[in-house]
Design a protein around this ligand. Sequence first.
Ligand SMILES: [Zn+2]
Length: 363
Amino acid sequence: MKAWRFYGFGDFRLDEIPIPAIQPLHVLVEPLCVQPSVTEAQLAFGIPTLAYDRVKRRLETEAPIQLFGHEFCARIIEVGPGVSGFHIGDRIAARAKLPCEKCTLCLSERSYLCRKGPVIGFDQPGCFSEIALLPEIALVRVEDCISDSEGACLQSLSDSVAAVETADIRMGDSVVIFGQGSMGLECLQIARISGAGRIITVDVREESCQISKALGADYALNGRQCDVVATIRDLTEGNGADVVFECAGGSSKQGMAGTETVRQAIDAVRSGGKIIGVSWFGAPLELDIDLLRERSLRYLFPDISTKAHLEHTVRLVASGRVELKSTVTHQLKGIESVPQAFEITANKGKFQAINPAQVIIRV
Ligand SMILES: [Zn+2]
């Protein structure tokens, strides 16, 4: 089969390798649609971000290796011994971070807290290949009414579901979302059906503001055209918002907002309010903790998405409560176009992409 393998950062090749052997409690799948996450796309080119050291170490000691590809929709072509919940022909998506099933947390029904298990695409091959071997424990069935393209967004969407759950929105809470890329637009839609009152979104791209408005934002502020913090304070009776999602931060070289939106989030949230840190920064950032302490702010980070989150995510898309089609801006055909998908996804600003670029492996 053909599979993308990494020989080093920025050096990936489409190699011919043996089809993996089926294993107990695993399935073999043919990927239908795959997209790199922003983290994966940046790591592919050696840009420091989450898991950089871990990937660097593997490349130095094990290359060539199959890396990445945890956001996908695939079809099962073979089931291993002991697999009970899935059949040949089922379309599936998967969660990326898996429990180890051995530690005290896993053995006491708190596996959602376990950080010792493997991550698909990082510790074991993902789906940038013609065939892939996946553990049953990771899988969720993709309903017929969900397209392959939408199916490839489910893993990332389940992270947004976990982020909104972490926010614990109370009925009528005012919500601000900085960044209207794919996760910002997802948090908007999920917050809207989770009790949010007034929803204010912020982006500097006019087309993102338009989509945001269409997907339910009460106010979609263009950060280039107004004083964002002052406007948010005006719209929240001078107090600031109850909950702020920060989904815009990150390296300005990749078109992200740097650390500016963190400062704006702190200024835009009410005292005692919550900031949910969704962004990855790839480097330490300076923060005046006293400011947060003085105003009793809660700076929270999303929980790992669980099987329950992923199953809920499928229901949200199947029932039309979350709309994904308008966020998919780039689709490429054929496994050969994976490098182009990395390029677009690592530089979404330059390519005016919202969702990561998708690769339709099987047309
Ligand atoms: Zn564990």
